[in-house]
Design a binder for this molecule. Structure first.
Ligand code: NAP
Length: 491
């Protein structure tokens, strides 16, 4: 792609805060750097805000709330459709911005952006079906159950899906009438600001969505402590989620926590090995394994282990790691240097305890890789419960293989984690599908499929993977509160 075109696209993204419909610098003009993980180069400087600007953003959202929540569902739905259209119209440019700051290949970036448009469209329609209840009272009174928005919603998002994590929260929140203060990840603020610039361009009313980039502790501190913020929706690590959960206790906020995962991927002996290998490679190398639902522990039945591993290694060796701008890239760089250090540490620990690397197992080097954060696609066998990788989320291009013999044994091992987000298993035995599906302690189960995320289905976890759901009717209802009215009208 033309270098000047890329530079122009990055240049055009506002690098400042968006509060009350105005673009503004952080106090004192403070800024932070944004780095391209494929080259290690600084690509932009973005406003670095703190407590004062966060309070201003909450005030703006509070001020916008009465008018926005006073619109009809149809009127708000029409705004969401307009936002979706604007995203679709700019999808290719937004994808370039995302690839430059986040690293994923352009086709994956564009697919993510379009999924955000689909999410806005779906919520625009679903909000029209947010029905209440009428209940006949025992003495003739009219008992009503109504849904209403919560007020100001704070959203904190991670870098791995810098656009979709925002639309997933913002779409249901504003569809039902809430207003939003968003803090995107400092690694990927440009994708958030570029989205906001589009919404500004189509005239979204001031204060409905506000963006504050900057100091996580300061911004998070105000968002959790302020009584005007009635809900916090967070996607990120379990450690930070737990902290925000505790911080929100004092103001009794409603919460949605989409936290870490450690997905088991189980291959039973009757599975179609070729399909499983193709699905596994597609799922693992999506965003280079930096996905909360990425298969992290590959359980393979002993009887097919040799064939499976041979086919897997051969498929993994076809994965092309490259700068995401390269149209042949199947995966890009990792986000930061410490992501590489974490993988090295997990692999060293596993090797030291007897595991064997079959492919990859080290950083990618060479002219085009040396300044970025690239890692070789890796397959490692002989994983046991003594190794850190069995229990820790990896967040990188590593496939650890664990063999098993009995169904009970593998179900127990798959559930042997504090996480409970996504899980997958492959078998053609209907009895086994019902039984394993029932016993896996996960919020989402892919059966002979890696597809577990749609605008119309609930996405979320159990145990330390958090609570609340995004997408689906359940996602929308996480942004409302219930009001009961007794209307006694007989004299
Ligand atoms: P992270 O370190 O927890 O950061 C997530 C967001 O929280 C960032 O914007 C971060 O900003 C902010 N943050 C950190 N400390 C904060 C504080 N004290 N107060 C307020 N905000 C704070 O997670 P990440 O590394 O960006 O993302 C990877 C993690 O997200 C993985 O564990 C992954 O499994 C999880 N994830 C879960 C889902 C899901 O749906 N369940 C989806 C995607 C990712 P700073 O960077 O400035 O600290």
């Amino acid at each position: 792609m033309d270098k000047t075109k890329i530079e122009t696209l990055i240049e055009e993204v506002p690098k400042v805060l968006f509060i009350n419909g105005q673009w503004q610098e952080a106090d004192g003009g403070k800024q932070t750097e944004v780095i391209n993980p494929a080259t290690g180069q600084v690509i932009a400087h973005v406003a670095n805000a703190g407590e004062k600007e966060t309070e201003q953003a909450i005030t703006a959202a509070e001020k916008a709330f009465p008018k926005w929540s006073g619109l009809t569902a149809d009127e708000r739905g029409a705004w969401l459709h307009k936002m979706a259209d604007a995203i679709r119209g700019a999808a290719k440019d937004l994808a370039v911005v995302m690839t430059i700051e986040q690293g994923k290949p352009l086709n994956q970036a564009e697919a993510e952006i379009l999924s955000g448009a689909a999410c806005l469209d779906w919520n625009a329609e679903e909000v029209k079906r947010l029905k209440g209840e009428t209940i006949p009272g025992p003495t003739g009174e009219l008992l009503l159950v109504q849904h209403e928005p919560l007020g100001v919603v704070a959203a904190i998002t991670p870098w791995n899906f810098p656009s979709a994590m925002i639309t997933r929260k913002m779409a249901p929140a504003i569809a039902v009438g809430n207003t939003v203060v968003l803090k995107p990840s400092p690694e990927t603020p440009l994708s958030a600001l570029a989205l906001m610039a589009l919404f500004d361009k189509i005239g979204l009313p001031a204060g409905v969505v506000n963006i504050v980039t900057g100091d996580a502790k300061a911004i998070g501190g105000v968002l959790t402590a302020d009584n005007r913020v009635r809900k916090l929706t967070f996607t990120g690590s379990t450690a930070v989620g737990k902290m925000l959960f505790a911080q929100s206790a004092d103001t009794v906020k409603k919460l949605s926590l989409e936290l870490g995962g450690h997905a088991p991927f189980i291959v039973f002996e009757d599975a179609n090995v070729d399909k499983v290998v193709a699905d596994l490679v597609a799922a693992k190398f999506r965003n280079n394994g930096q996905v909360c639902t990425s298969p992290n522990r590959i359980f393979v039945h002993e009887s097919i282990q040799a064939t499976f591993t041979e086919k897997l290694v051969s498929a993994v060796e076809q994965v092309k790691i490259a700068n995401g701008l390269d149209e042949n890239a199947s995966a890009g760089p990792l986000i930061r240097e410490d992501a590489i250090e974490k993988i090295d540490k997990q692999l060293d620990d596993a090797k030291g305890k007897g595991a064997k690397i079959l492919s990859g197992g080290e950083r990618l080097t060479g002219a085009e890789f040396d300044d970025g954060y690239f890692y070789k696609p890796t397959v490692i066998t002989g994983i046991t419960k003594e190794m850190a990788i069995f229990y820790e989320e990896t967040f990188g291009p590593v496939l650890p293989i664990i063999t098993f013999n009995e169904d009970d044994e593998v179900i127990e091992a798959a559930n042997d984690t504090l996480y409970g987000l996504a899980s997958y298993f492959y078998t053609n035995d209907i009895g086994r599908i019902a039984e394993v599906g029932r016993r896996l302690q996960y919020g989402m189960v892919g059966v002979n499929s890696i597809n577990i995320s749609y605008p119309q289905t609930p996405f979320g976890g159990v145990k330390h993977s958090g609570f609340g759901r995004e997408n689906g009717a359940q996602g929308l209802s996480d942004y409302i509160q219930v009001k009961f009215l007794n209307i006694t009208y007989k004299k």
